[in-house]
Design a protein around this ligand. Sequence first.
Ligand code: ADP
Length: 611
Amino acid sequence: MKRMPMKKRISVTARGFKILKRYCPGLAQGKALYELINSIQPFITVWFSAQIINEISTQRRIKTIVLYVSSIVLIHFICAVLKNTINRLCNEKESQMWDWFGKIFSDKQMSLDFADLESPEIQHQRQEAEENLYMFGNGLAQLVWGTSTLVNACVNILVSIAMTVTLFLSQSGNAVMDSPAWIFIILACITFGGLCNSKATIKENEIFMRWCKDTVWFNRVFIFFGKDLYMNPENAKDVRIYEQNIIASKILDKLIRYDRENQTDLFKMSILPAIAYFIIGLANVMCCLFVAVKAFFGAFGVGNIIQYTAVLSRLGEGLQDFMFLLSDNEVYCTHLQSLYDYLDIPNHMYQGSLTVEKRDDNEYYVEFRDVSFQYPNTDTYALRHVNLTFRVGEKLAVVGMNGSGKTTFIKLMCRLYDPTEGEILLNGVNIQKYNYEEYMSIFSVVFQDFRLFSFSLGQNVAANVRYDRDNVLACLEKAGFRERLDSMPNHIETCLYKDFETDGVEISSGEAQKIALARALYKDCPFMILDEPTAALDPVSEYEVYCKFNEIAGGKTAIYISHRLASCRFCDKIAVFHEGAVVQMGTHEELLTDNSGKYYELWNAQAQYYV
Ligand code: ADP
């Protein structure tokens, strides 16, 4: 595995702290402050204990001893109060940390080009970074936890050094024991222990990373088969009837393979740190022996033996932690980098800045000028040389068989994608040049696979927390939802679905489609696009929508996509799509006269069912 240079690691870590500051402000600082107090505390005990023992073994002044004891009690009391308060604050923040991490991903998803949302590579990249973080805390969470270890290590090293200086300065009268060479010998022993530990950490992490990759993949399979498929009621019907056996065997296969492959790795991961700890233990014994022998030759009192042995072992811990942190930092920097690789995915779509002229006369027109389009990573054209113009007030129907490019045409108009060739113009200006939000403000769309959310009915229609009640009611009425509305327990305040409210209502797909239509009406835009708006409606409701279509669409431009030709007869213009191209254009009557045309063929194919 290629190692990351130190300079890069510093910048990666610094960026990690910046992200933490933005999404979890105060968490890393709180942890650092807590650890600062926590790691200084034992030194205070050691120092005071040494003084008390020295006092008892020499002058035995009661006042001094009482002063030492009460100081320890008071300091520990203050530390306990501070630690408790900081700990509570940090725990609260840490429990929310995972939700905030989720926000990092959702913010990026929202700003990605739409095409990237559909790109399997990019979504795989996101999933890997996300699962690494959530399952193992790799990356940002390690940074939070590492902050505590870093502060602890620094305090241990600095205070231990300060408290052991006298160990080497005090003279025992024995030339060998008083030699400054001991400083290096002791430090070498401790460092060697630390190095072994850090080597073990690197090795352990190498195995762990390989393991993570497998686990992330395993988890994806498990989440998909075990959770989404079984738990989601929408899947339950098909799973019960068709997929039970195949799913169970897929999960079992994976579990058995996963278990077998990881047995040897698990053994290696436990044996390596054990060897390192044995070496660290030997280094500690060396230090204790040195202190004992020096005290034996009379360099210091009994109290100091306690101080030096305790502090030397703390110094050892500090150095080991520090070395561990260096190797751990290398590991989490790799994870942070894969998170940044996802966060840094650039937007390729041109971001225009023109404002859309708000016209009182609503005189907008949209033109497709020789537009062709290929979906990313495909080699066939979904649209080919489409030329179309329509202005506000017109009712355009787009018809064609499944896969003929109707939805793609709408996606291009809404700038979810940019054309591969040709251009789309709004009032003569390429739509890429407009500010995207401004441009989208003139469209309301009911997509074929629209979504409603677990908010109140009113909020769903207004797509906003606050809404104009009368307007919501009027839109629901126009969309044919009035009758159902009257039977809802809390009228327009009724919550849809049961995710947040136990008395939320489940609605049928036809009812959902009506609400989606009301939402499009509430937005009140000059262009209204309806992609198969009656697909889920029963014949009566479908008929109502047709009859009221002119009332529903009012003076707006309505683009009405359907594969049911009968539903398009009331439109001013019908564009017939076939294999990505507009093959015919005209009114229903005009198109029917061409008995060699696609429209005639489709009409006759469907007419037999209507008869
Ligand atoms: P329609 O709405 O007329 O049923 P679409 O516009 O959805 O047709 O699809 C047109 C063609 O583009 C189809 O061949 C379809 O398979 C393909 N297509 C649609 N969406 C995607 C996508 N996200 N990625 C790749 N190909 C797609």
